[in-house]
Design a protein around this ligand. Structure first.
Ligand code: SPV
Ligand code: MG
Length: 303
């Protein structure tokens, strides 16, 4: 399969997930390993989370990793999996021109779609400083969406426009105004973000927005809302945004502290994945078969 046809089918898969009437789920991943685990768990798509990628790199979610560094990670994730990836493209890493180049590079690397948000570069994570950060000019951001759509070569590549109006405390009317501008600019879906502990404001948004475009949500803070409520209200896609990074963080903390304290591996061995599992995830058996096939025989024997 060529890189192009692989990309096309992943984009078509993501487009289907976002547009179908049944609720879809994207699970966060932040590197090749976590992407494989998402796929093996059964998820149909991956959210390449900016927060999680940054955290895994040991930096802040404030564009401290460059966009080409993020692209490299996303490429490893895409190479490691068959399910589509929606990349968290933050603000698009600059103006409309940066977005055009980003979209072209994402298509080349097999990424099925990008989500860009109406904040200013360099952004902050939505959950720090009570969401107090400036929003982008809505018309300028709509231009970024238009530029993204105009640059994609694969018609199925998905562009999600994310508005932070609710997080920034600008209210429902402003969120709806922005979402409508982004719809008119050609967005394939709207991500309405909220930092509230209940789903009230995203449900209110959906009630007013109705079916104008698919709506994506990230219930990190309103996790107590039953998922059926999202399905009943006709949301398109739920993103579980950072839970593999956070679970890995906790597991690594516990293991590191225990080995530091005990100065041996005895009590951790049964709590960690086996090396056989690691080799299985890496596809070690495939390499062994390939060696049999393609390495020259030495002394009449394959390696
Ligand atoms: C991310 O996963 O990086 C997101 C979602 O953008 S949030 O952290 O909620 O902003
Ligand atoms: Mg993000």
């Amino acid at each position: 399969m060529t890189a192009t046809s692989r990309t096309s089918s992943k984009t078509a898969m993501l487009r289907h997930l976002v547009q179908r009437s049944e609720l879809s789920f994207l699970m966060e991943a932040h590197n090749g390993l976590s992407a494989k685990l998402v796929e093996r768990a059964g998820f149909e798509g991956i959210w390449a989370s900016g927060l999680s990628i940054a955290a895994a790199l040991g930096v802040r979610d404030s564009n401290e990793a460059s966009w080409t560094q993020v692209l490299e990670i996303a490429e490893f994730m895409s190479d490691a999996t068959r399910v589509p990836i929606l990349l968290d493209g933050d603000t698009g890493y600059g103006n409309f021109n940066s977005v055009r180049r980003l979209v072209r590079k994402l298509e080349q690397r097999g990424i099925a779609g990008v989500c860009i948000e109406d904040k200013l570069f360099p952004k902050l994570n939505s959950f720090v400083r009570d969401g107090a950060q400036p929003l982008a000019d809505a018309e300028e951001f709509a231009g970024k969406i238009e530029a993204a759509k105009a640059s994609q070569r694969d018609p199925d590549f998905v562009v999600v426009a994310r508005t932070e109006a609710l997080v920034a405390g600008q209210g429902l009317a402003e969120a709806l105004r922005r979402a409508e501008l982004y719809r008119c600019a050609g967005a394939d879906a709207i991500l309405i973000h909220s930092a509230r502990p209940d789903a009230g404001e995203v449900l209110a948004f959906k009630g007013e927005w109705a079916e104008r475009l698919p709506v994506v949500i990230v219930p990190t803070t309103y996790y107590m809302t039953p998922t059926e409520v999202f399905a009943e209200h006709g949301f398109s896609t739920v993103i579980w945004a950072n839970h593999l990074m956070r679970s890995a963080l906790r597991a690594m903390q516990i293991t590191a502290s225990r080995i530091f304290a005990e100065q041996n591996l005895r009590s951790v061995e049964d709590t960690v994945a086996s090396l056989a599992e690691v080799f299985d995830l890496q596809g070690e058996d495939e390499l062994a078969r390939a060696e049999q096939r393609w390495l020259p025989k030495r002394n009449g024997r394959r390696p």
